[in-house]
Write a protein that binds this ligand. Structure first.
Ligand SMILES: [Mg+2]
Length: 410
């Protein structure tokens, strides 16, 4: 018999796959099972994307420089990432989630919120719901594990899913949530990275309970607007809903050229324009993107794409453009090309990008671009153009289009 659900005004689940990329590699290649595996570029340049749990005791993990990771864990097997495969598995798990609730909000390839409010007659009490979800993912993927947190808010559900990783299930009844959070370190507050953590320590706040007990005016005085935000989270208050409707998974801008081009500099100029448009659209929709993809169509209608996954998500055109230029170097086709496109994919809502530091984020380029957004809103899209674009203005084709890709190609 399901327990009494009257103390659960909302039932929010956060599901997060364990060591997703590495776990898929171990699933697909049994010889990797039980071994330390690092998914990332095989050269010393670049960073670890995911480390298997066997590698983690060596103090290696996501975002560590590959060269360092190899020194710390020389026996690790390095596996080149296979994003097509990860995307395929992502579709499988998102499909499982959709069987549990119409309200599923994917926040990355391997992570989602589900609103399971009012489903206890179907799935049982919150612990039973979590178990069924874990079993269903395990079965559908042929053996992958997911960690699940269940509580009354997105924030607490997310902290809970991380609490007993891997293969965890943590249920925090809403009435217990504030007390459950209290002993946890302030680094568990959403938006606290290393810099903010230091700042909080400097004013004597080590635990979430201390933030909850602080005077909110004093917090605002010491920390600015985020003081309020931390205070609310520390009280387990988080009004955000699970956005049930399917969100566009990528934002793209591509243009068919009036004349075919081969010159890389010229292609880069088109990418710059696309990056600006995409950055503007991401900021308007309050998304940041982990993935950047360049698409070229040859004069013989062959479509070539190359993509890159960022360590930190962005909505800044300069950053998208820098990635695009790097990606462009990976095309060995000499051209000529008749279409140049850029897309940002693997989108995450800005306020949910997790442990990024509100104080250390590079704010300057973003502020500049936000100011330009305002100008364009008020005076039209042509109010500002880069000087490099003006020189080429006569060649600017008018076949530019934008699309929100609701499709499955991300
Ligand atoms: Mg994960």
């Amino acid at each position: 018999m399901p327990g009494d659900m009257s103390d659960w005004p909302k039932t929010i689940v956060h599901a997060d796959m364990d060591a997703f990329y590495a776990a898929i590699e171990q699933l697909d290649d049994p010889s990797l099972r039980g071994k330390p595996v690092l998914v990332g570029p095989p050269s010393d340049r670049g960073v670890v994307l995911t480390a298997s749990y066997e590698a983690r005791p060596y103090n290696v993990g996501s975002a560590l420089a590959m060269a360092k990771a190899r020194r710390r864990c020389p026996e690790a097997v390095i596996v080149r990432p296979r994003f097509d495969r990860y995307t395929e598995v992502s579709k499988t798990i998102m499909g499982v989630f959709a069987e549990f609730s119409p309200h599923v909000e994917a926040i990355s390839l391997d992570e989602a919120f589900l609103d399971l409010t009012g489903t206890d007659h179907l799935f049982g009490d919150p612990r039973a719901m979590g178990m069924r979800l874990k079993d269903a993912v395990h079965e559908a993927t042929g053996g992958l594990t997911v960690s699940v947190g269940v509580s009354g808010t997105k924030y607490v559900a997310k902290v809970a899913s991380d609490f007993q990783k891997p293969d965890g299930l943590t249920v925090v009844p809403p009435d217990d949530a504030q007390a459950w959070l209290a002993p946890l370190p302030v680094s568990r507050l959403w938006g606290v990275g290393p810099k903010t953590e230091k700042r909080l320590h400097a004013i004597g706040l080590e635990t979430i309970g201390q933030v909850a007990a602080a005077d909110p005016d004093w917090l605002t005085h010491k920390l600015g607007r985020v003081g309020n935000h931390f205070y609310a989270l520390a009280h387990a208050r988080d009004p955000r809903r699970v956005e049930g409707s399917r969100k566009s998974k990528s934002v793209g801008s591509e243009r068919t050229l009036s004349e075919d081009v081969s010159d890389r500099n010229e292609i880069a100029r088109y990418l710059r324009r696309s990056a600006e448009e995409i950055g503007r659209r991401l900021r308007r929709k309050r998304y940041v993107a982990y993935g950047v993809r360049v698409k070229l169509k040859t004069s013989r209608f062959q479509i070539l794409t190359r993509q890159h996954r960022r360590r930190q998500p962005t909505d800044v055109a300069d950053a998208l453009f820098e990635d695009a230029v790097l990606i462009l170097k990976n095309f060995d086709h000499p051209g000529p090309f008749r279409l140049v496109g850029l897309a940002a994919y693997d989108l995450v809502r800005q306020e949910e990008k997790g442990q990024d530091d509100l104080f250390s984020a590079p704010q300057r380029p973003r502020q500049l671009e936000t100011a330009i957004d305002d100008l364009k809103e008020r005076f039209g899209p042509n109010v500002l153009r880069r000087a490099t674009d003006l020189r080429k203005a006569r060649q600017t084709p008018n076949l530019d289009f934008l699309h929100d890709d609701e499709g499955d190609d991300a």
